[in-house]
Design a protein around this ligand. Sequence first.
Ligand code: B12
Ligand code: SF4
Length: 494
Amino acid sequence: MKKLRALCINPWIYDFSAYDYFSKPIGLLYVAAYLRQRGVEIDFIDCLDKHHPELLARQGRTRPKLRKFGTGPFHREIIPTPPMLAFIPRRYARYGLPEDIFRKELKRRARPDVVLVTSFMTYWYPGPQRVVQLVREVFPGVPVILGGIYATLMPDHAREVVQPDYIIQGPGEIQVAQLLADWFHLPELKENIPRHIDEYPYPAFDLYRKLDYLIVMTSRGCPFRCTFCATYKIDAQFSQRHPENVVEEILTQTRRLRVRDVAFYDDALLMQPEKRIKPILWELLRQRHQLRFHTPNGLHGRFIDEEMAYLLYANNFRTIRISLESVAKERRRDIHNKITPGEMTRAVYNLVKAGYQPKDIETYIIMGLPTQSIDEVVETMLYAHSLGVIIRLASFSPIPGTVDYQRAIEQGYFPADADPLLTNKTILPLFRTREAYERFHRISQLAHMLNEGAKRGVSLFHPSDFRKALKQALEDFARELEENPVMEATGARE
Ligand code: B12
Ligand code: SF4
């Protein structure tokens, strides 16, 4: 019997900036592995593949530019900025393979039975939109299914703008298999439905010709409900895998795929530590591996006790990011007190005791929330800096269905029918002015200065001096703008 052939595609990123910081479409790779296990023939194009031979040839390179731990820049092509984003003095680009290489990739394939396209950030929808257009040109009549985060959060928008034949919201493995079973009369695709995430096959990272790092998930979803976060809309349940299964995946996949770096994508990696992550880390330690681990998504610092800190250090966790978000009391209520300043201090203390230097630890601080003052952001930055850790400012991106999205609309910050492009984190979506962009840009510069100090083990400012300096800088800037409006129109910045 002829096998069903599915072509899986990870689209380009359209944005002001993008960097391969442990970025892989693990959701699509889970779906691909699940279908493959049930007999579907899988083909794969990743528009963000940095190792594509033709791309490398064009760049005159034999290997992509790689920085630390396999991360590195994507290939970039400047494109016209969408008019609604024109007030941002930066260049807009498509990141990933040049379009003609992607087109060739499509053309050199036999016609698939179905095309599966994933999606990530809501404001990256031009990526899936363009992919679907090109797929339709090359394979007219082949059904296209869109899944992933944008499709889940904004299905109506996706239906209208991307126009796939079908949209799947939420976890895709079982849903897509059932759909294909019905479309192609393949009842076997509906058999052996897993009841737990441990029963899913490992994501199909082997579809890459070359891999620089592996992504692993020990859980799906998150038990918290922070007001700015959409995780509960993407995967309503919080489920964790069995520790043995996770260790087995890490060891076999890294060996098979020859990678040394492993990043976790979990939203709540440290949750229920005694039952989950600690047994995983003890077992990994016992295996005397040579791996390096990374947690680009923020960790819950509350769970970093002495034992956890020891296990992270001993297992060679090289990227440690803790979500602090804000030290303001009322904000902490919104994030369900997932960490208090005291707990953050204790986490850093334990990590340093285990062997890290404060500068090895990074912390996420959120900015640009509805009603959030600059003072709140600065206070939080100063607090983090006083611990000697590196500040990572995360600008708020309003996500449909979240409390903060609703608040932003009700308080008049954001139009209810806004184009998702206006949720781009770079533009400070609630303000959407060049002036707000410049103001926050200054705060980012200050964070950069503090970080330069922290990297040298120096606390750059005494808090009260710093506060004064910051206020002065902002006032000076506002005055300059008033006195010299020409500034507004100049200085296109990268
Ligand atoms: C890991 C992660 C990151 C990583 C990077 C990941 C990457 N690929 O580049 C890091 C930490 C760097 C990151 C950064 C940011 N992130 Co982030 N991130 C996530 C996270 C935690 C996991 C995504 C993921 O891979 N999940 C795992 C897989 C298994 O799930 P999945 O992709 O949903 O796939 C399933 C289904 O969707 C479906 N599916 C997927 N594809 C397909 C395709 C088909 C055909 C089908 C049928 C089904 C299907 O099946 C899959 C398996 O069940 C999500 C939260 C979440 N829980 O989703 C936030 C999330 C995507 N991030 C978010 C945000 C806000 C950000 C930042 C803007 C934060 C900031 N302010 O700086 C930055 C922006 C980064 C940038 N480059 O611009 C938001 C999205 C906002 C938006 N507007 O869309 C999310 C939803 C979190 C939130 N706050 O609610 N992020
Ligand atoms: S803890 Fe993190 S993943 Fe969980 S709801 Fe809050 S922000 Fe989202």
